[in-house]
Write a protein that binds this ligand. Structure first.
Ligand code: SF4
Ligand code: SF4
Length: 203
């Protein structure tokens, strides 16, 4: 009988202890939020989604070299002087390179920020946007170039034409350089490296 009463007391006391702890939490400040209706502020220097601003990108390739996982693909075509479509960078300088391809495989990106740090034009930047999950891996492959494939092919054709037109002038320059006493190809013997030379006789 005594054991029976003890069990009842133990059940009641543990129920009251639980109720006391639960009701105590009704009056403390909440630490959870109702995402996505409510959001925590994200610091402005957060390294989330990368975005390219094509109007600033000069096609210098530094971001590609800096990327440790090779997730950036860049292709450029030089702007020729007789291109009817000239363009200015955001800073007002004339564009020197067309960005015919700028693609990023976000599934590979490790958000290290090295591309942003390497970019001299502030063209590639991390943003605070972190909601870009996708069901299909292909949706994480971003294409940032502004030229269509047809426009890119046209730019390549213009450059090829320009080079072909410029060929005689380049050949002439090379010929002149070859005749010049300073720039002419040096005598092979004179440029022989130390390793090519006979070893010095031993004393
Ligand atoms: S953040 Fe790092 S891994 Fe991602 S694209 Fe830039 S350099 Fe590559
Ligand atoms: S480093 Fe900047 S300017 Fe150079 S190619 Fe990359 S994004 Fe463009």
């Amino acid at each position: 009988m005594i054991q029976y009463l003890k069990n009842i007391w133990s059940g009641l006391s543990s129920t009251f202890t639980g109720m006391r702890i639960t009701s105590g939490h009704l009056f403390v400040k909440k630490v959870t939020i109702q995402y996505p209706d409510q959001r925590f502020p994200i610091p402005s220097n957060a390294r989330n989604r990368l975005v390219l601003t094509p109007e600033r990108c000069t096609g210098c390739n530094l971001c590609v070299v800096a990327c440790p996982v090779n997730c950036i693909l860049l292709e450029t075509v030089r702007v020729v002087p007789d291109d009817p479509h000239q363009e200015l960078y955001e800073n007002g300088q004339p564009r020197k390179m067309w960005i015919t391809r700028y693609e990023m495989d976000f599934a590979k990106c490790c958000f290290c920020g090295l591309c942003q740090a390497a970019c001299p034009s502030d063209a590639i930047n991390h943003t605070t946007d972190f909601e870009y999950s996708a069901y299909d891996r292909a949706d994480l492959y971003y294409k940032y170039q502004t030229l269509t494939p047809e426009q890119a092919a046209e730019k390549e054709r213009l450059l090829a034409e320009f080079k072909a037109k410029d060929k005689p002038a380049v050949a002439k320059k090379t010929e002149k350089a070859a005749d010049h006493p300073v720039t002419a190809a040096p005598d092979k013997a004179a440029t022989q490296t130390l390793t090519d030379k006979e070893p010095a006789p031993e004393a």
